[in-house]
Design a binder for this molecule. Structure first.
Ligand code: COA
Length: 324
């Protein structure tokens, strides 16, 4: 038995912020952003919190799967921008959707969070502990973005995606996760700084910082490596893989991965132009788009690959089953 996707759902805030809108607040241009990242616009929340986006994506995933909230055994939410340090985002979603029988917790693996969550669910399914789970990737990165820093503020967006997983015969064929904490500073968002009555300082809140080129190099090395590892140990050739569903960080990263794998770009669907980088939400948002467009059919093998701060990376080889 293995984890199978029974239903996908997604939700993004209504407000669209274009590159031209950003050119009004920092020194940048649509031409610079589009040519270096492929991003044309992103959604930015004007009031909804991460758990609001996540709960709506979750409701949609449950409806698509035909599963009731009370039938969920487990909710795991990948997020790096939760509403609170505690309770977890997953617990907040649990309350909002009424998943009274589920254990709920968050995973902190930044843009690889959704893939890490799927890996964890698979562990529970393989051991027979749980049968039905909800995995969510949700972010309001706009609140940890420094809107005066043009090198990061043009990249990110808000959104959420969710998938209901069931323990079935067809689904995840293999998966992997990896981390390299020594490169953590390449992409970082400090929480509160230390400050208390002994230091005589007040805690300050951190914003996202990034060494873009370091992150780029990391991604174009680790992503093809992970994909090739999964194909090799499952005795698959490139022709066996229908789509590569990559974390949507940057169009140039996706193109570089395609070149390294010597695979055509039409096997790499993208949503980066309309959503920007939504971190852990990007893979379920993309999957949701693919389902809506009827791109996936029974038996299709796809590889999902997430990568980001930590540094973290993870990949899942999945055989699609049209239960969604
Ligand atoms: N608009 C205009 N100019 C900008 C800019 C912006 N939004 N951001 C940076 N620049 C400028 C820089 O100041 C620099 O100017 P200088 O040469 O006068 O110093 C120049 O553009 C080049 O900056 P650099 O950082 O070297 O650009 P780059 O070609 O590496 O592209 C990224 C920057 C961020 C697009 C690229 O490094 C990248 O995609 N990295 C991966 C980031 C990522 O995906 N992170 C999330 C992973 S989960």
């Amino acid at each position: 038995m293995t984890a199978s996707i029974a239903g996908i759902g997604a939700y993004v805030p209504e407000t669209i912020v274009t590159n031209d809108d950003l050119a009004k607040i920092v020194e940048t241009s649509d031409e610079w952003i589009t040519s270096r990242t492929g991003i044309r616009e992103r959604r930015i929340s004007t009031g909804e919190e991460t758990s609001d986006l996540a709960a709506e994506a979750a409701r949609r995933a449950l409806a698509a799967a035909g599963v009731k909230a009370e039938d969920l055994d487990l909710i795991i939410m990948g997020t790096s921008s939760p509403d609170c340090n505690y309770p977890s985002g997953a617990c907040e979603v649990q309350a909002k959707i009424g998943a009274v029988n589920a254990a709920a917790f968050d995973v902190s693996a930044a843009c690889a969070g959704f893939i890490f969550a799927m890996n964890i669910v698979q562990g529970f399914f393989k051991s027979g502990i749980y049968q039905t789970a909800l995995v969510i990737g949700a972010e309001t990165l706009s609140k940890v973005t420094d809107w005066t820093d043009r090198s990061t503020c043009v990249l990110f967006g808000d959104g959420a995606g969710a998938a209901v997983l069931k323990n079935e015969k067809t689904g995840i064929l293999d998966m992997l996760m990896g981390s390299d904490g020594t490169k953590g500073e390449a992409l970082m968002c400090k929480s509160r700084t230390l400050g208390n009555f002994l230091t005589g300082t007040k805690p300050e809140i951190g914003f996202m910082t990034m060494d873009g080129q370091e992150v780029f190099r990391f991604a174009v090395k680790r992503v093809p490596e992970s994909i090739e590892t999964l194909m090799k140990r499952n005795h698959m050739e490139k022709d066996d893989i229908r789509y590569y569903v990559l974390h949507q960080a940057n169009e140039r990263i996706v193109e570089a991965v395609a070149r390294r794998l010597k695979e055509p770009m039409d096997k790499f669907p993208m949503t980066i132009a309309k959503y920007g980088n939504t971190s852990t939400a990007s893979i379920p948002l993309l999957l949701n788009d693919m389902v809506e467009q009827g791109m996936l059919k029974d038996g299709d093998k796809i590889i999902m690959s997430g990568f980001g701060a930590g540094m973290t990376w993870g990949a899942v080889l999945l055989e699609w089953k049209q239960s969604v």
